[in-house]
Design a protein around this ligand. Structure first.
Ligand code: SAH
Ligand code: SF4
Ligand code: F3S
Length: 469
C-alpha cells in the first residue's frame, strides 16, 4: 500500500491536467462551458459521480441542468441488471442526435458497464461517436483522459482490468451540501452466484481509517451533518489493513467527530453482522436507527445456491437481536425473485421470512442473468409469467409489513434532516427520519439542511406527513 504523500502526488498530477484543460477552455471566448452528469446504479456510483463532477468543475466546466446545454456529458453506468444496460444504450441513441447538431460535444462513459468487454465492443461498433470511455478503477484519471481526448480529437478507451492504488483527496461536487457518501471500502470478494459486481468492481480493498476520518472531518467543516459510509459489505471492513480494524471499531472513531450529527452505512451482509456492531449502534445516538440487510431469498436451498453463507433462521436471528436491542430500528432489504432454480415453494419461504422479519421496506428485483456469473449457467425452474406472478406476491407482502411499520412510528416525534422543497407543494419541505423514511411537512426553504423535531401525524404507506414541533 502506498503512503499518503504518494497518493496526494497523484491527485496533484491530476489537478495539473485540470489546469491545462482550464487553459484550453479559456482560449475559446463565450459562455462558460457546461457539464451534465447522469448516474445509474447504487450509492457508490452516486459518490463516484460527485467526484467526477468535482473534477469537471476544477477543469473549468460548470454544471447545467440538461444534456442539450452541455459541452461535456458523462454517463456513469451500472450493470447489476440488464435493464440498467438497456437504459444506457437507449440514452446513447438520443445523444447521437445531439452530437450531430453539435460536433464539439464530448460524450464520456464510465462505471461498471464499461468493465465488460462485450459492451466496449458494441460501443466501438455501433456508437463510435462516443469520445471517452473509462471504467471503475481509474476514475481519478478523468482529468488526464479528458485532456488527452481534447488534444487528440479521437476516441479514448482506458479500461483497467484490475484495481491499483486508492487515490485520496480529489475534489468532489456534492449533490447535497449537508450530507455526503463516504467510501470506506471498494470492490467485493463475496461472489454471490448471480452477481456481477465482484467482476466489475474488483477485489475488496479497505481505506485506512485515518484517511476516512480526515475526509469526514473536512466534510463536516464544509457543512456536512450526515454521512453514509459506503461499501458492498461494510461488515467485512478492515480486512487486509495493518493493523486490522473492524467496522464497529471504525464506527467508534467516526462517532467522535465533532459537529457530525448523523451516521448511516450501507450495505451490511447478514452473514457477518456482529454483536459488536449491534452494541455500537445501540449506544450511539448519532448512528441512525436503520440497517439495510440484504436478504435475497428466504429459502435455504436457494441461499446456498446463491453462495450467501447464511440460512433463513440465522438471518431471522440477526433481525430479532437488532429489534430487541433497538425496537425503533428500521430494517430494510433486497430480495431477488426468479433466481434460476427457484420454485414457488422457495418463494413461500421468502414470503414467510418477510412476515416474520417485518421489513420496513424492500427493494425487490426480478433476477437478471449476468454473463460470466455461475448462476448464468443454471436452468430456470419457472417461466417468465410464473416469475412475475411470484414477484407480485412478494411485493404485496413487503407492502403489508412496510405499512405496519410506518403505523408503528406514527405519533412519534423524531429528528428530521430537511433535504428539499416538496416536489408537489412549494409550501412544504421534505426530509428523512433516522429510519430513512421520508416526511413531508409545512415549512420554508430556510429549513433545508437543518435537523428539526417533527411529529409524525399520519402514515401514508411509505412516507409520513408531519408537523414541526
Ligand atoms: N453488496 C450489496 C448488494 C449490491 S447489488 C449486498 O450484498 O448487500 C444490489 C442488489 O441488486 C443486490 O442486493 C441484489 O438484490 C440485486 N442484484 C444483484 N445481482 C442481481 C441480478 N443478477 N439480478 C437481479 N438482482 C440482482
Ligand atoms: Fe454482489 Fe454479493 Fe458482493 Fe453484494 S455481496 S455486491 S450481492 S457479490
Ligand atoms: Fe451497479 Fe456497479 Fe453499483 S453494477 S449497483 S453501479 S457497483
Amino acid at each position: 500500500m502506498k503512503d499518503i504523500s504518494d497518493k496526494n502526488s497523484e491527485a496533484e498530477r491530476q489537478l495539473s491536467f485540470a489546469s491545462k484543460i482550464k487553459e484550453l477552455l479559456s482560449e475559446k471566448k463565450g459562455k462558460t462551458p457546461g457539464f451534465f452528469v447522469q448516474t445509474f446504479g447504487c450509492q457508490m456510483n452516486e459518490r463516484d459521480s460527485e467526484k467526477m463532477a468535482g473534477i469537471l468543475l476544477s477543469c473549468g466546466y460548470s454544471p447545467v441542468s440538461s444534456e442539450e446545454e452541455a459541452d461535456v456529458i458523462l454517463y456513469n453506468t451500472c450493470t447489476v441488471r440488464d435493464n440498467a444496460n438497456v437504459r444506457v444504450f437507449g440514452r446513447l441513441g438520443v445523444l447521437k442526435g445531439l452530437k450531430e447538431k453539435n460536433p464539439d460535444l464530448i460524450i464520456c462513459l464510465s462505471g461498471c458497464m464499461m468493465q465488460e468487454a462485450e459492451v466496449i465492443e458494441k460501443i466501438r461498433k455501433s456508437y463510435s461517436f462516443v469520445d471517452l470511455i473509462f471504467g471503475t478503477h481509474n476514475i481519478y484519471k478523468f482529468a488526464e483522459l479528458l485532456y488527452e481526448r481534447l488534444i487528440s480529437g479521437s476516441m479514448i478507451i482506458d479500461i483497467w482490468e484490475h484495481e491499483k492504488e486508492i487515490v485520496e483527496s480529489l475534489p468532489a461536487l456534492r449533490k447535497y451540501p449537508f450530507k455526503s457518501g463516504v467510501n470506506i471500502m471498494f470492490g467485493c470478494d463475496n461472489f454471490c452466484s448471480y452477481c456481477i459486481v465482484p467482476y466489475v468492481r474488483g477485489r475488496e480493498r479497505s481505506r485506512e481509517p485515518k484517511d476516512i476520518i480526515r475526509e469526514i472531518e473536512a466534510l463536516v467543516e464544509d457543512g456536512v451533518k450526515e454521512v453514509m459510509l459506503l461499501g458492498q459489505n461494510v461488515n467485512s471492513y478492515g480486512k487486509g489493513l495493518e493493523p486490522t480494524v473492524t467496522f464497529p471499531e471504525l464506527l467508534k472513531e467516526v462517532i467522535m467527530i465533532k459537529g457530525l450529527d448523523r451516521i448511516r452505512f450501507m450495505t451490511s451482509n447478514p452473514g457477518d453482522l456482529s454483536d459488536e456492531l449491534i452494541d455500537v449502534m445501540t449506544y450511539s445516538p448519532k448512528i441512525c436507527r436503520h440497517i439495510h440487510l440484504a436478504l435475497q431469498s428466504g429459502s435455504d436451498r436457494v441461499l446456498k445456491q446463491m453462495n450467501r453463507h447464511y440460512t433463513k433462521e440465522e438471518y431471522l436471528e440477526k433481525t430479532r437481536k437488532l429489534r430487541k436491542a433497538m425496537p425503533d430500528i428500521a430494517i430494510t432489504t433486497d430480495i431477488i425473485v426468479g433466481f434460476p432454480t427457484e420454485t414457488p415453494e422457495d418463494v413461500d419461504e421468502t414470503i414467510d421470512i418477510i412476515k416474520k422479519a417485518e421489513f420496513d421496506g424492500a427493494f425487490t428485483f426480478i433476477y437478471s442473468r449476468r454473463t460470466g456469473t455461475p448462476a448464468a449457467a443454471m436452468p430456470f425452474a419457472m417461466t417468465d409469467s410464473e416469475i412475475h406472478e411470484q414477484f407480485d406476491r412478494v411485493l404485496n407482502t413487503v407492502q403489508e409489513t412496510a405499512r405496519k411499520r410506518t403505523d408503528f412510528y406514527t405519533g412519534m416525534t423524531l429528528p428530521v434532516l430537511i433535504e428539499s422543497v416538496n416536489e408537489k407543494d412549494p409550501a412544504m419541505v421534505t426530509g428523512r427520519i433516522p429510519q430513512n423514511t421520508s416526511v413531508h411537512l409545512k415549512g420554508d426553504p430556510s429549513l433545508i439542511g437543518q435537523i428539526v423535531d417533527v411529529r409524525l401525524d399520519k402514515s401514508l404507506g411509505f412516507y409520513f406527513e408531519g408537523t414541526k414541533v
